[in-house]
Design a protein around this ligand. Structure first.
Ligand SMILES: [Fe+2]
Length: 361
């Protein structure tokens, strides 16, 4: 069971409870500028990875971990940093002569402490990690990689660039919304998602516009609730459709997801008769009503309009396709059909192409 601790003063507590004598610190290049940099005295430090981490880079981390006989991992950074740490934990006791991705995953028993420096993915509370092998995205999933401790310190968000704050906040928001309508949702995941989305609605403005510490604390909690929600329900079509937008146009993850989400949302509201959730069309319509209410609106449709209004006020940079038809062909073929099964309304090839067309126009 994961422990969630609030405030940097708990870093010491987490480290001592883990009982580590030689831990490895996994961090990114922003680490030397963080206000908590002096809280750590690792036996080894690993920062040799890129924003979309490669399998080979994770292997370097595994080697460093074992060469230094480390007994725990502390990850300080954004989603990619935490994902790298999760993979090092998973792979460090496996057969190093074989490809880790092809071996059976088991709990290595190595304690992992995650300290996020962004508020978005909620990776500090999920069993998922994303790395790239031979140019292809690999989703690594195992129950044992949920970090043993997540330490949430909002002061770490203060120096984030504004565009990054907007994108990561949008990722958290979309994760809460997608979790609510996912066919895998449970009472527990819905509760996490509702709390997370409500916190975002109450605090996004102060977080983005005023850089307020109180709002940052609430957005950090919201992102964590979003992470806990998708850890149960998984994400749905907007996430599945976003990955190629990120790789084709270099759009940050949260920006790409937030472009897809309202288009998927409107299609689903107009096609509840194509609902594939075993709980039926009435359940989905109830979820849309809930979404509207949490977003402070008196109807489901106005909830969607509110999402669009927030996107508009965030004033995100635009991007351009050089050849819409060619891009539409590539984008439409990119979506993993496996992931679409989590979406409550079935989206066929024609619909996916039409949705992409509305996004890249
Ligand atoms: Fe996400």
């Amino acid at each position: 069971m994961q422990q969630i601790l609030k405030g940097y003063e708990n870093i010491e507590k987490a480290l001592s409870e883990v009982g580590s004598k030689r831990y490895m610190l996994v961090c990114d290049t922003s680490f030397p500028f963080l206000p908590i940099k002096d809280c750590f005295h690792p036996a080894a430090l690993f920062n040799g990875f890129t924003p979309n981490p490669l399998y080979e880079q994770v292997c370097d981390g595994v080697r460093l971990f074992n060469e230094n006989q480390c007994d725990a991992i502390v990850a300080v950074g954004g989603g990619s940093t935490i994902d790298v740490a999760k993979c090092i934990k998973l792979y460090c006791r496996m057969d190093h002569k074989e490809n880790y991705l092809q071996q059976e995953y088991k709990d290595s028993g190595v304690p992992l402490i995650a300290i996020p420096t962004t508020a978005g993915t909620g990776s500090e509370s999920t069993r998922y990690a994303v790395i790239y092998f031979e140019g292809k995205k690999q989703s690594v999933t195992h129950e044992s990689i949920v970090p043993n401790y997540a330490v949430l310190e909002p002061a770490l968000l203060k120096s984030l660039p504004l565009y990054q704050k907007k994108c990561t906040m949008l990722d958290a928001m979309c994760q809460c919304i997608e979790s609510l309508w996912s066919v895998n949702s449970t009472d527990e995941s819905m509760l996490h998602a509702k709390i997370g989305l409500q916190l975002i609605m109450d605090h996004w403005h102060g977080y983005i516009e005023d850089n307020s510490e109180e709002d940052a604390q609430n957005i950090m909690m919201a992102a964590n609730y979003g992470g806990r929600a998708i850890n149960i329900s998984q994400t749905t079509a907007p996430h599945a459709m976003s990955y190629k937008l990120t790789s084709m146009y270099g759009l940050p993850h949260g920006h790409a997801v937030a472009l897809c989400l309202p288009e998927v949302w409107v299609y689903m509201m107009e096609h509840t008769d194509k609902c594939i959730d075993p709980r039926g069309k009435n359940h989905l319509e109830f979820i849309f009503e809930c979404l509207g209410q949490i977003m402070g609106c008196d109807s489901a449709y106005k909830g969607l309009m509110m999402f669009r209004a927030i996107m508009f006020s965030l004033d995100l940079p635009s991007f351009k396709s050089n050849n819409i038809e060619v891009d539409l062909d590539i984008l439409s073929k990119s979506v993993n059909p496996e992931r679409l099964r989590n979406n409550p309304v079935w989206l066929g090839d024609v619909v996916i192409r039409r949705i992409y067309n509305r996004i890249i126009i």
